[in-house]
Design a protein around this ligand. Structure first.
Ligand code: CA
Length: 238
């Protein structure tokens, strides 16, 4: 199992055999499965269970799949995979118009359906992770071997020894460290650390890198933390 076992799938299907098959296979894949056998029940279940994905048949008693989809779209952002027995292009178009994320025509292979469900869930997870990353609090310290950047106190230490840095050296080091592993051009560094209104040239960056190296590199002449990427800029290695 390579997914969160708590992920809930709502299966809406009025054909008992198909419903049972879907439930069985999804459960075996490690999903929590809730079911509904008509459109009204589907909306109720979705509101109550807040599923991570919905597999929704189109031809349903009481309220059809299109109507269910339209209703739920206004209330929640759950991915919906629509199923239909009719192989008609019109269904596909309407299905996408009412807000379905994916669409399968019966009969379908169970393996294909599982792959589609997985893909929809992966998409949701990526969006959630993005949102979590965007709202995550900034870490209080960045640690690279014996080098510690204590961001809450604005201090840098090598082992236990504090490293005295000028404000711009500190800003530069923090910027490099936050973008560890990325090649950063002198122009970008200048813009982010010194700002647009800075009158000096990119030479300023080189000078500050040299000063930083003297303070944090074991051998400033052969730097391993802040490396020069010829013709490109600098990369912080950690
Ligand atoms: Ca049906």
């Amino acid at each position: 199992m390579d997914h969160d076992p708590k992920e809930t799938v709502l299966v809406v299907e009025d054909e008992p055999t198909l419903l049972e098959t879907l439930e069985y296979n999804l459960t075996r894949q490690g999903y929590r499965v809730v079911t509904a056998t008509d459109g009204v029940m589907a909306v109720e279940q979705a509101r109550r269970e807040r599923p991570d994905v919905i597999i929704l048949d189109i031809m349903l008693p009481k309220m059809d799949g299109f109507e269910v989809c339209r209703t739920l779209r206004k209330e929640m952002n759950v991915p919906i995979l629509m199923l239909t027995a009719r192989d008609e292009e019109i269904d596909k178009v309407v299905g996408l118009e009412v807000g379905a994320d994916d669409y399968m025509t019966k009969p379908f292979s169970m393996r294909e359906l599982m792959a589609r469900v997985k893909a929809l869930l992966r998409r949701v997870r990526l969006i959630r992770e993005d949102m979590a990353a965007a709202t995550a609090p900034e870490p209080e310290r960045l640690v690279f071997g014996d080098l510690t950047l204590d961001l809450s106190r604005g201090e840098v230490r090598l082992g236990e020894r504090p490293v005295p840095l000028k404000p711009k050296e500190y800003d530069l080091l923090v910027f490099l460290a936050r973008n560890r592993g990325m090649v950063l051009s002198r122009d970008l560094i200048l813009e982010r650390v010194w700002g647009w209104d800075f009158a000096g040239g990119t030479r300023t960056v080189d000078v500050h890198v040299r000063w930083l190296r003297k303070k944090i590199e074991a051998d400033p002449a052969n730097p391993t933390r802040i490396v020069t990427v010829r013709g490109m800029g600098y990369r912080f290695e950690g």
